[in-house]
Design a protein around this ligand. Structure first.
Ligand SMILES: Nc1ncnc2c1ncn2[C@@H]1O[C@H](COP(=O)(O)OP(=O)(O)O)[C@@H](O)[C@H]1O
Ligand SMILES: CCCC(=O)OP(=O)(O)O
Length: 357
């Protein structure tokens, strides 16, 4: 029997990832990285729409991918309203909410729009998103911030955290729903989630709120100092928001969003780069420690994933601080492309029900 062909599209803050699967078999996989410099030419992330779409079409064309046989285009989902984990067909309500999100922007928003656009240009394809960044399974206590004016939100690498957690559970012949895991995604943004029996009951708001600083984000900042800066007249609102997301973290300290470059610089003797990179590892380890208390110390595993998990030196810096909390497993890169494709495939085969947004 002929396998369904799926196109998976994953716009991240520092990359665009594209993959074509025949059934569960990847026949084309490509990652295009974007430097801070390259992206700083765009005022808003929505302005990157044509840039990212053209990259995708160019890559597919150069690879000679036969498009008409594609039956599903699955994009990484963005800033819709908070929703349960699952696969959602792209519809007008979703596109409206992504375009008018009260949250600041994120590249994953483009995933749903581009998937829809490509699917509409094909003879027999549907557009979906799967486990978008707004998957919300927080327990009630985790929603409370320090002031009733602010509620904590669940915005994180839901797709990869869940995919890696399930992959890990399978590898040890257990069910994801039976395990307590701390999953750490080290990408352009960094999220650290407490997965209790298959539910992400707490996680840092990795977009523009809190947690460790990351290649392009500031993470938690001292709040009163931030307020004073906002009212100092030195910066516009947009400039301050860009300090928090886009040009915060490594980009602010070291002028690059490439953790790979920072690691190379640190290894070549740049003491300042090494110090900042160590500080990032320190903050990641501290977040893992915090999530272990959410799980009341019952931690079956700490899973470290994302692009930066390729960097042994950084990962070791984290491990030496957290190995007493629970067994650590490293899954470098991500399983997002397969997760997107498999989710689309399961819908096409009728194995899971597609959810309506
Ligand atoms: N071999 C490596 N060693 C260290 N860091 C790496 C390596 N490969 C990629 N990275 C870093 O991973 C980060 C991107 O991670 P990724 O999960 O692809 O992010 P995103 O999807 O958010 O764009 C970048 O800072 C990149 O430099
Ligand atoms: C918005 C949370 C997900 C996230 O930060 O993704 P990237 O690391 O790809 O920017």
């Amino acid at each position: 029997m002929e396998e369904f062909r799926i196109l998976a599209i994953n716009p991240g803050s520092t990359s665009t990832k594209i993959a074509v699967f025949n059934g569960t078999n990847p026949v084309f996989v490509r990652t295009i990285t974007h430097s801070t410099e390259e992206l700083s030419g765009f005022d808003k992330i929505t302005d990157q729409y044509n840039f990212r779409k053209e990259i995708i079409y160019k890559q597919l064309e150069e690879a000679g991918i036969e498009m008409d046989s594609i039956r599903a285009v699955v994009g990484r989902g963005g800033l819709t309203k908070p929703i349960p984990s699952g696969v959602y067909e792209v519809n007008e309500a979703m596109k409206h909410d992504m375009a008018n999100s009260p949250m600041d922007e994120h590249a994953s928003n483009l995933g749903g729009f581009i998937a829809d656009d490509i699917a509409k240009s094909l003879p027999n394809a549907r557009a979906f998103i799967a486990d978008p960044v707004v998957v919300d399974e927080l327990e009630p206590h985790a929603r409370v911030s320090g002031h009733p004016e602010f509620a904590r939100k669940s915005i994180f690498h839901a797709l990869n955290q869940k995919a890696i957690a399930r992959q890990h559970a399978k590898s040890i012949m257990r069910k994801y729903e039976d395990l307590n895991l701390i999953v750490v995604h080290l990408g352009g943004g960094i999220s650290v989630g407490a997965h209790r029996k298959g539910q992400v009951v707490d996680v840092n708001q990795a977009l523009d709120g809190e947690g460790p600083f990351s290649p392009e984000r500031s993470g938690t900042l001292p709040s009163a100092d931030l307020v004073r800066l906002c009212f100092s007249g030195k910066y516009t609102q947009k400039e301050i928001l860009t300090m928090i997301k886009g040009k915060g973290g490594l980009a602010a300290f070291l002028g690059t969003n490439s953790a790979y470059e920072v690691e190379q610089r640190a290894m070549a003797g740049d003491e300042y780069a090494k110090f900042i990179f160590e500080a990032m590892a320190f903050q990641v380890a501290k977040a893992i420690g915090a999530m272990s208390t959410v799980l009341k110390g019952e931690v079956d595993g700490i899973l470290i994933t994302g692009g930066i998990a390729h960097g042994k030196w950084f990962v070791n810096q984290v491990i030496e601080r957290v190995y007493k909390i629970g067994p650590v497993h490293v899954y470098p890169g991500e399983d997002e492309m397969r997760a997107l494709a498999v989710n689309g495939l399961m819908v096409l085969k009728g194995e899971i029900e597609v959810k309506e947004y």
